[in-house]
Design a protein around this ligand. Sequence first.
Ligand code: SF4
Length: 698
Amino acid sequence: MTQLKSTCSYCGVGCGVLVNKDRTGHLTVQGDPNHPGSKGMLCSKGMNLHYTVMDQSDRLLYPQMRYNRSMPLERVSWDDALDRAAAVFRSLIARYGPDSVGFYASGQCLTEEYYLINKLTKGFLGTNNLDTNSRLCMSSAVVGYKMALGEDSVPCSYEDIDQADTLLVAGANPAWCHPIIFRRVEARKAAFPDFKLIVIDPRRTQTASMADLHLQIRPGTDITLYHAIARGLIDRGLIDQDFIDNHTEGFAAFNEKVHERTLKEAASICGISVEDLKWAIEYIGRAKGFMTMWAMGLNQSVVGVNKNVSLLNLSLITGQIGKPGAGPLSLTGQPNAMGGRETGGMSNLLPAHRDMANPQHRQEVADFWGVPSVPAKPGYTATEMFEALRDGRMKAVWIVTTNPMVSLPDSKLVEEALQNARFVVVQDISNRSDTLAYADLVLPAAGWGEKAGTMTNSERRISYLNKFTDAPGEARPDAEIIWTFARKMGFGAAFNYASVAEVYDEHVRLTRGTRIDISGLSHERLKTTGTIQWPVPTRESTGTARLFEDRQFYTPSRKAQIKTVSDENQSEATSSDFPLILTTGRIRDQWHTMTRTGKVAKLNTHIPKPFLEIHPKDAEERSLREGDPVVITSARGEVRVNAKLTKDIRRGVVFLPMHWGKLLNDGFARANNLTQPLIDPISKEPDFKFSAVQVARY
Ligand code: SF4
C-alpha cells in the first residue's frame, strides 16, 4: 500500500486528501488529519473522489479531429493533432491578427497550467485573449478587494473562524457548497454558544436554517441592506472611529450616503423587518471578532462589484480586519481560482498581481519572458469572448477543462458562438462534456491524480498535488499539451521544460518582490513540508496566515478605501410576461456540469433529478402541485423540470440548480437556457442570480 498527499479538486476550500493505493492499483481516499485547513475532514464529494479516477468509462482516450463539422471526429496522433492546431492558429493570426484567437480555461487548472497558457497567450501569441470560468465565479470579489485594500488579497484564514464572535454569510450556502469550512463554523458555535451566525439569502438554505438570524431579502437589495447596517452601526456608535481616522479614506461620503435611507425604508426595500435589521446591527456591532463570507450570491451580479465593496465597508468601519477572528473571507468556488489570479491567468491580469494597465509592469513581464512586449489592451472576458466568436471578431477558441455549453449564461448565444467559430479545440478528460459536440479538435487530458502540480485555496494556502496513477489511453497532462503546442508554434526556446517543477520555479521567480512573493517555495519544499499560505518570501518563512496586521494596506496612501456606491440594482426587470425572479445555484453532491460527480452513483442518490423550487403561493397562483412538470420561460429560452414546492424560498423567487445540461429523455434542464449575458461593468461577471421568468404547467 502506498499513500500520497493531494488536495480535493472540487471547491475552493481545498481540503487535504490522502490517497491510498494498493498493489492492484485500487484507490481509496481519506481526509488528511495533518492538513491545517481541513483537519482530516472531507465532504461527500471529496470522499468519493477516487471513483471519478477509477471509473474510466467516460474518458477521452486519444486525440480526435475533423475538417468539417458534418464529418465525424476521427482518431489522430498527438503530432497530427497539435500540428493542425498550430497550423490553424498561425494562419488565423497571420490573416486576422492575434486577437482572432484565444483560450478559455478553468479554475480547475493547476497553477503551472495557468502559468503556461498565460505565458503562451500574452507573451507569444500576442493577445490577452485568455479568460477562464473563474470569471463566472469570483471576479467581482477580486475587484472588490482591489478597490478596498489595494490588491486582490484575502486578509484572513479559516483559523479566524475559530476566534470569531459573529459571522455574516451573504449569498452563499457553505453547509452544502463549502461544507468543510462550515464544519468549522459549527464547531465554533458549539464551543462558544454566544457566537452569532447571520445569513443573508432569499432562500432558507441549510446554512440559513442554522442561523441565529436569517435575513431573507429580496434579490438585488443587498447593498441597501449593508448600507442600512452601516447606518445603524454609525448611529449607535458601534464603529471603530480610531481605525477609520487613521487607516481608511472615504468615510465622510459613505456616511452621507448611508444616511439617505432610514432603517425603516431600507427594511421595506429589502423585504425584512426593522427588528431583524436591528438584530444584525447589534450582533455585528457588539462582536469582538466579526467575519464575513460570501460567494456567488454577491459575485454573480450586474452590480457584483458594488455588492462586494459595500460588504467590505462593514469590516472597514468596524476595524474588523487584520486581527484574530476578523476579516472578509470570500469563498472561492473552484479549487484553484486563486492560483489563476496569482499567475495572472485572466484577460485583464498579469502575473503576480501586476497591473495590465501599468506599462512598467507589462515591460517587467515581457523582459522576464524574453519578448519585446505584452499587449496593453485587455483581452475578451468570458462572455465577451463568446460574443466575439458569434460575431466573427474571434475565429478560434481553445477550451481547457470547462464546459461552457452548460456553464456560461445564455446557452443559445454560446451555441451560436461555437457554431460560428472557425476552429474549436476542446481539451478535457470526459466525453460527458456538452461542448464536445462543437469541437474540431479534441485533446484528451489527464485528470486529478494523473498529473502533478499546485493549487491555492480560498485562504491563500498553496498545496502540492501528487501524481498517483497514470492517465488512461493517450491522455496527457494539460501542461505537457500546452508546452508541446507552443513548441510547434515555434516558441520552443521559451517552452523547453523538462518537468512541471521547472514551470513552477519560473512562476515563483516572477513573484519575487511582489506582495504575493513565494520565493521561498518549490515543488520539493511543498512536497516535504506541506501546505503553506502566501506570501512566503524566503526559505525560512513559514507563511502568512493574516494580512494587514500592521494596518498598512496596499493602496498608494497605505489606507483602506471606503467606497461609496449606489444601491440601485440593474438586473433585468420583471414584467407581466416574466414576473418571477430566477436564481440559480449548486446542490450538495454535484459539481459544476456533472462531468465528474454525475458518474458517481453515491452522489446521484442525494438529489437525482433537476427541479424548480417555488413558493406554494406562487405555485397556487399557477395551479401547480408538488412534482408537477413545469416549463420555465424567459426571453431567451425555456427549461422543463418538475416543481418542488417549498416555503424555504421567498415568494416571487424561483430556484434552479445549475448542474444539468441536456437530458436524454426529459428535454432541457439547463438553467442557462434562461439566464442573460448581462455583466457587471467592471468585473465582467454575469448576472446569474437574477433573470425574469414565468412558470407554467406543461
Ligand atoms: Fe472537496 Fe470542497 Fe468538500 Fe473540501 S469542502 S472535500 S474541497 S468539495
